[in-house]
Design a protein around this ligand. Structure first.
Ligand code: DGP
Length: 133
């Protein structure tokens, strides 16, 4: 895909700090790191996000995420990791080439994700689930 920074990384047109590479995916260090070894995993082929990625490719991405987690556990002794993905305009997605963040977490690392718990939604669960039928 033209003008896609992650396609350019996948095609080796621009450099990245590669953690690992396999036939379908790349893992490289995020250039806006929130913690040491903050890593992005992408498919080499362009998909925007969770809404258009085929299941088979998503499984390869998941396998690669797992490989990175095991690598960090083995080489670095990391025992805590958060994995997240932004898909769509109402999230923090800034690069529209599917990617998962792997965020190693450390004791007292002071990273905070602010969320508001919406207890008022609990009473709406039956109605919400009906809409899925
Ligand atoms: P998101 O907000 O979920 O779309 O995350 C995009 C991430 O991609 C953000 O944390 C910064 C990172 N990023 C953007 N451009 C580049 C790049 O050219 N190289 C690397 N290594 N990371 C990038």
């Amino acid at each position: 895909m033209e003008n896609c920074i992650f396609c350019a990384i996948a095609e080796k047109k621009i450099s990245a700090n590669l953690v690992l590479e396999n036939e379908t995916c790349l893992a490289f260090l995020d250039n806006n790191p929130v913690s040491p070894y903050h890593t992005l995993v992408i498919p080499k082929v362009h998909y925007e996000n969770m809404f258009d990625i085929p299941k088979a490719v998503l499984m390869e991405v998941t396998e690669t995420i797992h490989q990175v987690c095991l690598l960090y556990a083995e080489k670095l002794g990391i025992d805590s990791i958060q994995i997240f993905n932004n898909s769509g305009p109402h999230t923090a997605q800034t690069v529209y080439h599917l990617h998962f963040h792997i965020l190693p977490r450390f004791e007292k690392d002071a990273i905070r994700f602010e969320v508001n718990i919406r207890r008022d939604l609990v009473e709406k669960f039956p109605e919400m689930l009906t809409r899925l039928k």
